[in-house]
Design a protein around this ligand. Structure first.
Ligand code: FAD
Length: 522
């Protein structure tokens, strides 16, 4: 066993450069530690979508040493405070609530106050007040298009929890520049052959332009192609199309038309007959895409649906078509090869798990890094952890579909049919019919989504938990009602304190001597 001295990353998208930068920081590349080389093809582009993130991204940016203003400017980034789900419960035009919100902030819970969920279930928050809106003030802030923080707050902190929307191409470019400043060597070349040794480990990676490259550890970030982990190592892919149906996307970049247009501070996920549309506001444009199931709808229909949503602003635009490999590899690290990003798996974009999974994988590789070359134990732990994380994300995403009351197309009827649910999701929903989700239902380090996220979506989808005899134990209704009132009042205060979203971005950039993409374009 030889100590690991050289790491070769194949692929220069978000997965490749995020992993490179993270490991360079962690392993001290610039200070003479492990050497990291990243090879990327100039013929094969990056996927170029993936504009919505999860709050963990703030910790990752901070860990790799990219400041918040630099990131906002370089990536046309904006603040994301959660996801608004339109028409998921029932189709557009039907009476009743047509949207709910999944905020990133946790329920407000003052010390000594009762847990609010059981009281909300008993109707103490007032009729028609959704759970997430009753227990956090974030929906009020997002509805008014205000930001989650003030310009004077420090980098990556603020009163409300948040992530970002950003331009994926610009993000990869920023990471590439930053990664190289941390000592990562960049090679522009296309891998065209991989040799394995007698044990089945990677011996050499051959490129067209830069010849043979060798390393002790190979990280496959080659996207859906999975050049190393799939094509060379043959690690099986577990498809999940029978659970998560959407497998196609049409994406457009739609300019606002005026530089001062207000920017939404959440992703809008708007359900359609055979899938859903994402709508993400950046500084000078929106990223809008229709993800749909090719089993239920053809591409022309899907494009008509997208165009109807975008309106005249999209008339001159041609959408990009993408085919999605939905599923993951149960073995993501085998011998001296580990997959990060789309080469390891992909579970549709609904809750922005893609970049979150890249962050998890990069962090785990850094933590488990087998400096002495003994990769077996690290690989087994990595595989077990990632498998469990995928299993739980699948349940979380499927829950959004499973609880729909829509029956207006085969897509929604098939999703609501329990035979398309995983056994673990079926069990969870059965438990939660008699009591709400609780902390110990989750193994928190493995979960990407905290218990509150499950509760926001579950009750946003109008799931019914019948507390039965347990209501007798709810003896603090007066206190709970006061808490609900206090949270509503805090929402009003927050709007005075937190600036409008676009103004926040301009103020933060001005303080750093920078300009937004919208100002630069104007
Ligand atoms: P890519 O971006 O595809 O990069 C692959 C790299 O490998 C490229 O640099 C390419 O040049 C290189 N390469 C390939 N073959 C070779 C070769 N033979 N030799 C050398 N180099 C090679 N995630 C989120 O978190 N939030 C979202 O909102 C979100 N939305 C999405 C929407 C859609 C429609 C899709 C498809 C994905 C979405 N994702 C989202 C996932 C996200 O886009 C990806 O997780 C992320 O961009 C990482 O991609 P990647 O780096 O693995 O692959």
């Amino acid at each position: 066993m030889n100590p690991i001295q050289d790491v070769l990353i194949v692929g220069g998208g978000t997965a490749g450069w995020l992993t490179a930068a993270f490991l360079a920081k962690q392993l001290g590349t610039a200070r003479g530690g492990v050497r990291i080389t990243l090879v990327e093809s100039s013929d094969i582009g990056i996927i170029g979508v993936g504009e919505g993130t999860f709050p963990s991204i703030r910790g990752t940016l901070s860990a790799i040493g990219i400041g918040e203003a630099r990131f906002l400017e370089a990536c046309s980034a904006t603040f994301k405070q959660g996801i608004r789900f339109d028409h998921w419960v029932r189709p557009e035009g039907t009476p009743g609530h047509d949207h709910y919100f999944h905020p990133f902030s946790q329920p407000s819970q003052r010390p000594g106050a009762p847990e609010l969920l059981p009281y909300w279930l008993r109707g103490e928050a007032g009729a028609g007040r959704a759970f997430a809106d009753a227990v956090t003030l974030q929906k009020a802030v997002v509805d008014a298009r205000h930001g989650p923080k003030r310009a004077v707050d420090g980098d990556f902190v603020g009163p409300l929890n948040y992530a970002y929307h950003f331009d994926a191409g610009r993000f990869a470019a920023l990471l590439a520049e930053h990664g190289q400043s941390l000592g990562v060597k960049r090679v522009l070349a296309t891998v065209d052959r991989v040799d394995l040794d007698e044990r089945g480990a990677i011996a050499t990676v051959h490129t067209r332009e830069a010849g043979a490259l060798t390393a002790d550890l190979y990280i496959d970030c080659s996207g859906f192609r999975a050049r190393l982990i799939g094509e060379a190592m043959g690690s099986p892919f577990k498809p999940l199309n029978d659970v998560l149906f959407v497998d196609r996307a049409l994406a457009m970049q739609v300019p606002y038309g005026r530089p001062d247009a207000p920017i939404a501070s959440c992703t809008i996920a708007s359900a359609r007959q055979h899938g859903w549309i994402w709508d993400i506001g950046l500084q000078e444009r929106r990223g809008i895409g229709h993800v749909y199931s090719s089993r239920h709808c053809d591409d022309d229909d899907a494009e008509r649906v997208l165009r109807r949503y975008v309106g005249p602003a999209g008339d001159a635009l041609t959408p990009r078509k993408l085919t999605l490999n939905v599923g993951y590899r149960e073995t993501q690290w085998t011998h001296n090869c580990v997959a990060v990003g789309l080469s390891g798996g992909f579970l549709e974009p609904l809750e922005s798990s893609g970049i979150g999974l890249i962050e998890t994988a990069a962090y785990l590789i850094g933590q488990l890094f087998p400096f002495n070359g003994d990769m077996g134990p690290a690989a087994r732990h990595f595989n077990a952890f990632m498998r469990e994380r995928y299993v739980r994300i699948v349940d979380f995403i499927k829950m959004h579909y499973a609880l729909t009351q829509r029956r207006d197309s085969a897509f929604w009827r098939d999703n609501a049919d329990p035979s398309s649910w995983t056994g673990t999701l079926t069990d969870k929903l059965a438990m939660w019919r008699a009591r709400p989700p609780q902390r110990l239902d989750f193994i928190t380090d493995v979960e990407m989504y905290l218990p509150a996220s499950w509760q926001y979506v579950l009750y946003g989808m109008e799931f019914k938990t019948d507390l039965g005899a347990a209501t007798a134990a709810l003896t603090r209704a007066d206190e709970a009602r006061r808490e609900f009132q206090a949270i509503a009042q805090l929402g009003a205060h927050a709007l005075r304190d937190l600036p409008p979203h676009r103004a926040l971005i301009e103020q933060m950039l001005a303080r750093a001597g920078m300009k937004s993409a919208a100002t630069q374009a104007a």
